[in-house]
Design a protein around this ligand. Structure first.
Ligand SMILES: [Fe+2]
Length: 346
C-alpha cells in the first residue's frame, strides 16, 4: 500500500490500484476473511453515477475493485455486505450540477422517485454488469444495521422513514420538513436472487420503536445475527434539549432489539441529555454474540460536558455499569467505533 493515504490502496503482487476518487465513511470488515469491504460513489467526480466496490486485505492490499453504475445519482451513505454480495440502498436524496449552480444544498429529497436495492456479487471475476437492481416505492433510508443471506434470499435490515430525515437537505419541491414522517423504523427488506422479478419479496417493519444509527456486534457483519442496538427517538419522554443534539435529531434513548425473541430493551438518558452512537465491545474475541459491553457518549447539556457510558450489552435496561465523567463538552457527533489496541498495532 502506498503511504500517501487510504484512497490509494495498491496491491504489490497484482499491481491492482484503487482507481475511484471516493471512499465510503462506512466500510465493513468481513468477519470471516478480515478484509475491509467498501465502496465509493461519484467515483469519477461530483454528481456522476459511477460507483466502485473495493475489497482490501488487513495488510492494505487491494484484491478486488469493481466499477458499476447506479440508477440515479444520490447520497449513498452506507451499504451492507453478505458472504457473497455487497448490497447498496439507493434512495432519492439526489444531487446535480444544476442544484449546485443555483447555490442549493448539494442534496435534496425527491418524494416522486423509487428506491432501489442493488446486489453485487463479490466473487472473483464479477463485473458491474452482474449487479441486480430491485425496486420499491419511495422512502428515506440511510444507515444499515446488517445484511445476510438465507438460501437465495438476501435480507437487508435498515431504518426506513416515510419521508426525508434531513431538514438540511430539503425537499426538492419546497415541501416543508415533516417531523412525523421523518421518524424511521427498523425494517427488513428481502429480495430473492432466484426470482425473475425486480420487485422486493417483502418489506417488514420489525419494530414500533423509532430509531436510527443501528449497530451490531460487528463480528456478525454479513452473517445471520440476533442482536442490534440503535439510538432511539422517544418523543413521549420529557425533553429539554436546549438545542443540543446533532443534526437536530432527538436521540434520547438506547434501544436493544433481540431479533430472535422479538423483544426490546430501552434506556432513557434523561430530559436534558442526548446520546451519540452506541458501539459494541466483545468481552473476548471468542465471546458469544452480544456478550460484552456497549459504549457511548452522552451529552450532558445542562452541565456543558459529556459522559462516556458503559452498559452490559444485553442488559441495558439496568442502566450504565460505569460512567466516565469527561471534564469537557465533546462536540455533537454521532458515530463512534471501538478498536482493540492489538488490532490497531498499539
Ligand atoms: Fe453515517
Amino acid at each position: 500500500m502506498e503511504t500517501e493515504g487510504f484512497t490509494h490502496f495498491f496491491n504489490d503482487k497484482t499491481g491492482l490500484k484503487m482507481t475511484g476518487q471516493t471512499f465510503t465513511a462506512h466500510p465493513k470488515i468481513d468477519p470471516k476473511t478480515g478484509n475491509m469491504i467498501a465502496f465509493g460513489y461519484a467515483s469519477t467526480g461530483l454528481c456522476t453515477d459511477d460507483c466502485t466496490f473495493y475489497e482490501v486485505t488487513p495488510e492494505g492490499e487491494l484484491v478486488h475493485e469493481i466499477w458499476f453504475k447506479v440508477p440515479y445519482y444520490c447520497m449513498m451513505h452506507d451499504f451492507g455486505i453478505t458472504e457473497d454480495y455487497a448490497v447498496f440502498n439507493i434512495m432519492p436524496s439526489i444531487g446535480s450540477w444544476e442544484r449546485l449552480e443555483k447555490g442549493l444544498p448539494h442534496f435534496g429529497f425527491d418524494t416522486s422517485m423509487p428506491v432501489y436495492l442493488g446486489v453485487l456479487p463479490r466473487r472473483e471475476g464479477a463485473t458491474g454488469d452482474d449487479i441486480r437492481w430491485f425496486k420499491t416505492s419511495n422512502s428515506f433510508n440511510s444507515h444499515v444495521m446488517n445484511a445476510f443471506q438465507e438460501g437465495s434470499k438476501v435480507h437487508f435490515d435498515i431504518p426506513v422513514a416515510k419521508n426525508n430525515m434531513f431538514p438540511f437537505f430539503p425537499d426538492v419541491n419546497g415541501a416543508p420538513f415533516n417531523g412525523q414522517e421523518a421518524m424511521s423504523y427498523l425494517t427488513r427488506w428481502t429480495v430473492d436472487m432466484a426470482s425473475n422479478s425486480d420487485a422486493f419479496e417483502s418489506e417488514v417493519q420489525l419494530t414500533q420503536t423509532a430509531g436510527e444509527f443501528p449497530r451490531i456486534d460487528d463480528r456478525f457483519a454479513g452473517q445471520p445475527y440476533r442482536y442490534g442496538w440503535m439510538l432511539e427517538m422517544d418523543y413521549r419522554r420529557p425533553v429539554e434539549l436546549k438545542g443540543g443534539s446533532a443534526g437536530g435529531l432527538l436521540m434520547n434513548c438506547l434501544c436493544l432489539i433481540d431479533h430472535q425473541t422479538k423483544t426490546e430493551q430501552h434506556w432513557w438518558c434523561g430530559p436534558v441529555s442526548s446520546l451519540q452512537e452506541p458501539c459494541f465491545i466483545p468481552r473476548a474475541k471468542d465471546a458469544a454474540e452480544g456478550d460484552g459491553w456497549i459504549v457511548q457518549i452522552c451529552n450532558r447539556l445542562e452541565e456543558h460536558r459529556s459522559d462516556l457510558l458503559l452498559f452490559d450489552a444485553l442488559d441495558i435496561e439496568k442502566g450504565p455499569i460505569a460512567t466516565i465523567n469527561i471534564p469537557i463538552r465533546m462536540r455533537f457527533g454521532l458515530h463512534g467505533n471501538w478498536a482493540d489496541a492489538e488490532d490497531v498495532g498499539l
